[in-house]
Design a protein around this ligand. Structure first.
Ligand SMILES: [Zn+2]
Length: 343
């Protein structure tokens, strides 16, 4: 999840950290990576929602920063030189950020004109990184003049690179010349092995709870603990819940509403988030059935359940989830999901 941390220029100037756009829990692992990683192709991976994209962008910004290294904190980007500003604006001539169409706005890129399908209907923005995007990025690296000694290609999420696009990438990954790659992924196990084996991996840890809560509070999230738990400890995912209109009160009431099959009360949940939350509820009820503390909804009214029954229910939910993005009525989909989640 790439929730935006870009701020207006004024507040960026005023921020106290050396690289103000950086999520606070990423500074230490980023400094460590800058000190130790020399490979031309890096793969940043970790649980969804801890900031893979921002980490990758932080690496690119540090590589391109024009402030002398001795005047920067541990090699991190200074955050205020011309190059850093260009990276913040996504207009640095030596950086190409490649994301699926669907994620352009979240990645801070201008939206592209949506294409049309053969019948002239507006096409849905793609969830994949396609071969045309890879070819354009490689052309950019080869053909355009820049201001730095090397160019950087940032690809996110790397698991969205489809097989054809990956093939177009392989040769350059092996002989990158003056090009540096940073691939970021929240689901590295889904990554094509041919890509994974050509990159040096950097694993991002889950942020410390205190740091995550402080950040969420700074983003204006109230009752941050409830949202952070519901999001499995992933702060960006917690913020995404709030941005989708799911606040702490909705998370507290969630187990109860599911038990009552209150489809009307749950109709405001975007379906993918509802599917995730229902699966997490199964997990929690199984934990409770084993006498353990629930992980995601410890603040709600939960009923214990048999772990095996919950495993079956979670599987039924996964089957329904495959259809959850179909354009049929969202209300019907919520009903169907609640039936799948019923005991
Ligand atoms: Zn700089």
């Amino acid at each position: 999840m790439v929730s935006s941390t870009r701020r207006p220029a004024a507040s960026r100037e005023a921020a106290a950290t050396p690289s103000p756009g950086l999520l606070p829990w990423l500074a230490d692992p980023l400094a460590q990576a800058l000190a130790t990683q020399r490979a031309h192709a890096l793969l940043v991976h970790g649980p969804q929602g801890v900031g893979q994209f921002h980490f990758a962008l932080g690496l690119a910004q540090a590589w391109l920063c024009e402030t002398p290294a001795e005047r920067r904190d541990r090699g991190l980007a200074c955050g205020h030189c011309a190059a850093c500003h260009l990276v913040d604006e996504r207009s640095h001539p030596d950086l190409r950020v490649v994301v699926p169409e669907l994620l352009r706005a979240e990645a801070g890129l201008e939206a592209e004109e949506a294409g049309s399908d053969d019948d002239g209907r507006k096409r849905k923005p793609s969830r994949e990184i396609k071969v045309d995007q890879i070819r354009a990025a490689l052309d950019f690296a080869e053909l355009t003049a820049g201001r730095a000694a090397h160019k950087v290609l940032l690809l996110y999420p790397a698991e969205a690179i489809n097989a054809v696009a990956a093939n177009a990438l392989l040769k350059t990954l092996e002989e990158p010349g003056a090009l540096r790659f940073v691939l970021a992924s929240g689901a590295a196990q889904q990554l094509l092995p041919t890509l994974r084996s050509r990159c040096q991996a950097i694993a991002l840890p889950m942020p410390a709870r205190e740091a995550a809560l402080a950040w969420l509070q700074a983003q204006g999230v109230s009752d941050a603990e409830v949202l952070l738990d519901a999001a499995g400890g992933q702060p960006q995912a917690a913020l995404a819940l709030q941005s989708a209109g799911i606040d702490a009160a909705a998370c507290r009431l969630f187990p109860q509403r599911v038990a009552q099959r209150d489809a009307a009360a749950l109709s405001g949940w975007p379906l993918p988030l509802l599917v995730d939350a229902l699966a997490r509820l199964c997990h929690d009820r199984a934990l409770l059935g084993l006498g353990l503390r629930p992980r995601f909804f410890p603040h709600g009214e939960l009923r214990a359940a048999d772990p095996q029954a919950m495993a079956r229910q979670a599987e039924a939910l996964r089957r329904h989830a495959r259809h959850a993005e179909h354009p049929f009525s969202a209300a019907l989909a919520v009903e169907a999901l609640l039936i799948a989640a019923a005991d």
